[in-house]
Design a protein around this ligand. Sequence first.
Ligand code: KG4
Ligand code: ZN
Length: 336
Amino acid sequence: MSKKPCYILGIESSCDETSAAVLKDDRVLSNIIANQEIHKKFNGVVPELASREHQKNIIPVVIEALNKASIEKKDINAIAYTFGPGLLGSLLVGSSFAKSLSIGLKIPIIAVNHMQAHLLCHFIDQNIEKPDFPFIGVTLSGGHTQIIIVKNFFDMKLIGSTLDDAIGEAYDKCGRLMGLDYPSGPLIDKLSKNGDNSRFKFPLPKVDGLNVSYSGVKTSFLNFLSKKSKPFIEENLVDLCASIQSTLNKIIINKIVLATQKFNLKTVVIGGGVACNSNLRNELLNLSIKKEIKVHLPIKEYTTDNAAMIGIVGYLKFKEKIFSTISQEVKSKLTF
Ligand code: KG4
Ligand code: ZN
């Protein structure tokens, strides 16, 4: 007799993407993401506007996810939602929705740590090799830059993180200094493809151990640009992008190498929005050949915030019967 499938509805609302996904066991049937364009004109996410946008988007996004998966509400076995870290107002929209729907449908809810989900998206069934435990996990997003020892799905220990700005934040701030729109990471990536990354040199920070720092390089970029004219920046934009991109990536790549040596681990798993960056992906693949390290890069759909990654954690917890209660609070800060 074949096993009854398990349908998980995943909900993500920690920052400025409202997303809903349906998973049948570890397979993604739908992954709908509504981006919030409103923040572009403010050059960054405005928390109050983000929660209002989530309120507008959440129901249509969930309905679309169910339709695309060709299932009905009554078919869902459990609802997984992000309970942190993130913007409190944004998290509250997803968590209140998830809790209300679970009460209405009389099904369990599963609270998911967003950063764990960025790493565990690699366990979605997608016809690519899944990582072997233990491994070095690296989260690279707009709010976090973390190096983690991952012993098992839910046994994670932080061994390094940024002392100031996150790598995605550094991309966005450096982009802004060059007059690029928010979020600048994807634009820097695109423009760099036609640029020379050795044209401008910026100093790498000296930080001991596995921590990193991004504020110093951002300041040296600011100081460099403040001595240049607007036409200079426009004429040299692609070289400036390629040079700063390569510096920002080198900082974390050096620490990834150090972590593999220090803990004698040969598997590295990357997650988060910056994992989309083409130069970073190429450099990590070169590294895997040179240093004989197995590097797992997420497919692009699962790099930036999405509910499929929340759904897979929901499925993994569902199998272990790790459920949450209605009194689970949302957390703006959350470690492992
Ligand atoms: O993981 P994510 O979607 O949201 C957070 O949890 O923060 O990451 C968003 C960050 C932004 O800072 C954005 O600029 C950056 O990821 N990002 C990129 C690229 N795509 C997104 N940075 C560099 N290159 C990219 N291709
Ligand atoms: Zn994220």
